[in-house]
Design a protein around this ligand. Sequence first.
Ligand code: GDP
Ligand code: GDP
Length: 458
Amino acid sequence: MSFTLAIVGRPNVGKSTLFNRLVGKRLALVDDRPGVTRDLREGEARLGDLRFTVIDTAGLEEATDESLQGRMRRLTERAVDMADICLFVVDARTGITPTDEVFAEILRKRARHLILAANKCEGRAAEGGLLEAYGLGLGEPLRLSAEHGEGMPELYSMLQPLADVVTEVDRAAAPDTEVDLDEDETDAPRVPTREKPLQIAVVGRPNAGKSTLVNALLGEDRLLTGPEAGITRDAISVSLDWGEMPVRIFDTAGMRKRAKVTEKLEKLSVSDGLRAVKFAEVVVVLLDAAIPFEQQDLRIAALAEREGRAVVIAVNKWDAEPDKNAKIRELREACERLLPQLRGVPLVTVSAKTGKGLDRLCDAVVSAHDVWNRRVSTSRLNQWLTGMVEAHPPPAPGGRRIKLRYMTQAKTRPPGFVVMCSNPKEMSESYERYLINGLRQDFDMPGTPIRLWMRSQA
Ligand code: GDP
Ligand code: GDP
């Protein structure tokens, strides 16, 4: 199993240092390959038990004139298109520069999988830059020190699950994204970016109706007819249009069952569920209306929340439910009580068997995805924060009230906020919960995980 990682970022952030650390002496120059510019270096990397190819845009100088900027962009785009995963490196000591923003823009549009890394994180000089890195909206930055070898275990734990997916999913489901290496360097046409389908995992206990649901969406024959139709023997996802929306649904044991794969189901179900959650944007937790909110259902919903996915709860076999009105009230109540971390999570009743409710489920998935991507402006947030503090002042440990100075949204997918304050270590959990619940309510973000970080001024 192997994949390609591109290390990208502006000059001097430490890309080569990281490249050398990952590759050691196992360097292969790419310029003996036809059509590949010698400005890209390639090497065979090892990290723990992972073996992969690394590409580095070596020897770039900070672009000052137009032509250099164009070259930097072209090289980066080429590296990005060759890669399964991009590691976007910024310098935590100098902070985010306009050139970093340009890179972020390219990567946001183009990278298949993206990991943001803040390098030079050893010592305290990195704090400010690290916070700015949140502001790129590309997720929580991975703290690295390429020079000192810090952050390598964390890099491993981010790559490892992605490695499984890119090797199995992207290659199986999207063989048409191969890049033409022979294209002319000077006038490189833009490689068309894949229209990204919304990534969904359907998870739930055995017999909840996962495969019936996926079949209903897919059309029975497609799932049964094999590779060309969208599911290969080992594929762990299927692509389809759900209404107007292109989606990719990640595997559950049930899908394999229908695809007649002979592997042992019990072995597959747990790890597949976890893996599916990791790579989904929206997780649909499918419950059986007759036995809803069992331990296993709650565990998987909680896991989806911890992983920061948007969550939709679908209650299946609604056709067989005798007292629908009483049941829905009971379900709503149970949901709020048992999953407080996902307050307001959408709850949709469906029948995978009859197809009833599937349109509403689709709408719920789309809107959960929107909420998960939502961005609130800094000015609105700060106005809101003032009101929240007036209504209910923060704790005053040891008689000194914590001051909340400023707040900004650091990321989306899921929404994450940084609050600058005095004495963040003393902030109480209950006050944080007050803020999170307030954000949820006032900015209409039901159901989605919300992250909040309290920080002192760097
Ligand atoms: P590239 O242009 O992005 O490939 O950057 P280089 O790998 O050439 O590194 C640029 C400079 O940053 C060099 O002087 C490195 O020694 C230094 N550098 C790289 N990684 C680190 C790090 O983790 N911490 C610190 N303090 N310096 C680093
Ligand atoms: P999985 O293990 O989660 O993939 O569940 P299956 O899709 O294999 O379904 C388990 C059982 O529940 C099968 O007997 C299905 O026919 C039944 N089932 C699935 N969806 C529905 C539904 O909407 N209504 C009813 N009444 N039965 C369903």
